[in-house]
Design a binder for this molecule. Structure first.
Ligand code: CA
Length: 393
């Protein structure tokens, strides 16, 4: 099924970090722990409408539990009937209970990880062609010289339609920027000093997994992600219901204006927004639509839903993207501040995206889960371990 016989030029371009997401893409403070000290989060809709009404919250001094909620296991319909082909068919999925972050991992959280471990993200290292399928002949490939330096993907906002090159397509509004990384989201002269409660970006799937391992957590499976994002609303396009912006209100951070020329920021934000800036869904999760794309654990395959097991689907055993078969890709979900109704529409609850696993971008982050029951002993995070060791004589 796989076809690695793409022109070398495709490899050259794909392998140095441009994620497939680009082919499609066109206020309030972070909640404190005490905001979530209640024993239950209860949906606001009527009982008949609510599939899963209550999500438990456990508070603890253990940083592992901070700002996570426990979703009891349940059933939901994953996918959509008449949307993008890879969202088909809608199918029933049954999941065990799990813990999930109520917001995307922030710069503050990621800094804690980096400070504790000295971890260096993929964007801070020279490109290494890490996410190529095993059958690809690496000896035949070279990274373009201008991209053979640490960096990551940022957007370029054209000033007019004339700047859009039909041959380049989405590459007209993306640039590989040397020196762009999670601490410098818009290039070497930018910083996150005033954005510590914004979601971390420019993290690859590998970086996200490294964080999870340190934190005693994991990335959500795609099924866990959609279950959590739906907030009990089977069959509805958005985490809050069927209408994108009911009563004219923006309920997520996306792109308003003519994409990719004019970003009006009508929702209050041109780029990332602080976690918790928009209302939570009925499970208490923030930014499951918009703000940044979120990595999931699963490999990407567009036809996986046809063969997905009903219970706790783990995703396919390998990656296959027919548009880019030489590259190993993982699922991304939720859309970002770069998504508009004119181009990406990735902020719909069922919308699927894929990205090279070794590549981040300035609109890509993640949130974590813990695969444990509500009463189970939870793993001790790296930050908790560090705290304990400091406290010991
Ligand atoms: Ca926005």
């Amino acid at each position: 099924m796989k076809n690695a016989a793409l022109p070398a030029a495709v490899f050259l371009f794909a392998a140095v970090a441009f994620i497939a997401a680009m082919a499609y893409e066109g206020a309030g403070p972070l909640p404190s722990d005490s905001s979530f000290a209640s024993s239950d989060i209860v949906g606001t809709r009527t009982e008949e409408e609510v599939t899963l009404q209550s999500a438990k919250v456990r508070t603890s001094s253990n940083p592992t539990y901070r700002q996570m909620i426990y979703l009891p296991g349940g059933r939901f319909t994953m996918g959509a009937l008449d949307s993008q082909p890879d969202e088909f068919p809608p199918h029933e999925v049954e999941l065990d209970g799990f813990w999930i972050d109520i917001h995307e991992v922030t710069n503050r959280q990621f800094a804690e990880f980096v400070n504790a471990t000295g971890y260096v993200t993929t964007a801070e290292r020279p490109p290494e062609l890490r996410s190529l399928q095993p059958e690809v002949d690496r000896e035949a490939l070279k990274i373009l010289p201008e991209m053979n330096t640490p960096g990551s993907i940022c957007s370029y906002q054209p000033q007019s339609r004339e700047e859009l090159d039909p041959e380049k397509g989405a590459y007209s509004w993306w640039r590989y920027v040397a020196g762009a990384d999670w601490k410098h989201p818009e290039g070497p002269n930018s910083s996150i000093d005033t954005q510590m409660d914004h979601p971390v970006v420019h993290v690859s799937w590998l970086d996200a997994m490294a964080y999870c391992e340190w934190a005693g957590k994991d990335l959500p499976t795609e099924a866990q992600w959609e279950y959590a994002a739906r907030g009990g609303r089977d069959g509805q396009a958005y985490p809050w219901g069927a209408a994108r912006n009911p009563d004219g209100k923006w309920l997520h951070n996306i792109w308003q204006g003519e994409f990719p020329i004019t970003n009006t920021g009508a929702d209050g934000f041109l780029h990332t927004s602080p976690a918790g800036s928009f209302p939570a869904n009925d499970f208490g999760l923030f930014d499951v639509s918009g703000n940044v794309w979120e990595w999931c654990k699963d490999y990407y395959q567009p036809e996986y839903y046809s063969e997905s097991p009903r219970t706790n689907p783990p995703g396919p055993s390998s990656s296959f993207d027919p548009m880019d078969p030489a590259v190993i890709k993982r699922v991304q979900r939720g859309g970002s501040f770069m998504c508009s109704e004119q181009y990406c529409i990735g902020y719909r609850t069922t919308a699927r995206m894929k990205g090279e696993e070794d590549t981040g971008a300035f609109h890509t982050g993640f949130r974590c889960v813990i695969n444990a029951g509500f009463e189970d002993d939870l793993p001790t995070s790296g930050s908790a371990k560090a705290k304990m060791s400091k406290e010991q004589p």
